[in-house]
Design a protein around this ligand. Structure first.
Ligand SMILES: [Zn+2]
Length: 169
């Protein structure tokens, strides 16, 4: 998966900087805007990916809505030459870079959006050594920190090899 994190915050637990998206009642409403440089078809792919991120089953607690001019904090999908996202809430127009060559796919869009919601890669969970073996000799030089264990909150979920947040073998 082509994916690089621009700014790393793995080691910093969210509660220090408040990197959770704010709640409205018991829901989190996340406005988004999609760059006009994406085609209609690409926009549909992005919106479908957002719709299919469902937490809470029939009563989803996270809602993605189109940005209005009153929204100050929102996700902005930028047509870019990389695929990356900050980890957690930053405030303002928070950019998700999507390369039109390869990243405008449901799984990649969901991967980057989940970073923006505060999720790390599955293989950096604090308990990952029970589930995967990292072959450091195979890591491209300079990419080592993509494999550093993070102080994650695993939300009582089992390790998920099939997660969109998991690098492939
Ligand atoms: Zn990633």
């Amino acid at each position: 998966m082509s994916d690089e994190e621009g700014i790393f915050r793995e080691a910093i637990p969210c509660y220090i900087f408040g990197c959770k998206w704010p709640k409205t009642g018991n829901r989190v409403i996340i406005p988004y805007e999609i760059s006009r440089y994406f085609t209609k078809r690409e926009k549909r792919t992005i919106e479908k990916a957002l719709r299919d991120i469902r937490f809470g089953g029939r009563t989803p607690c996270i809602h993605f809505v189109r940005k209005t001019r009153w929204d100050r904090d929102y996700l902005f999908f930028l047509s870019s030459n990389s695929c990356q996202s900050h980890i957690g809430y930053f405030g303002g127009g928070q950019i998700i870079d999507l390369d039109r060559n390869g990243c405008v796919r449901k799984d990649v869009v969901q991967h980057e959006v989940l970073h923006a919601l505060g999720f790390h890669h599955e293989q950096v969970r604090y308990d990952r050594n029970h589930y995967v073996t990292i072959k450091y000799e195979n890591i491209q030089p300079g990419k080592e920190r993509n494999f550093q264990i993070a102080n994650t909150n695993n939300l009582i979920t089992p390790y998920d090899y099939d997660s969109v947040m998991h690098y492939d073998a």
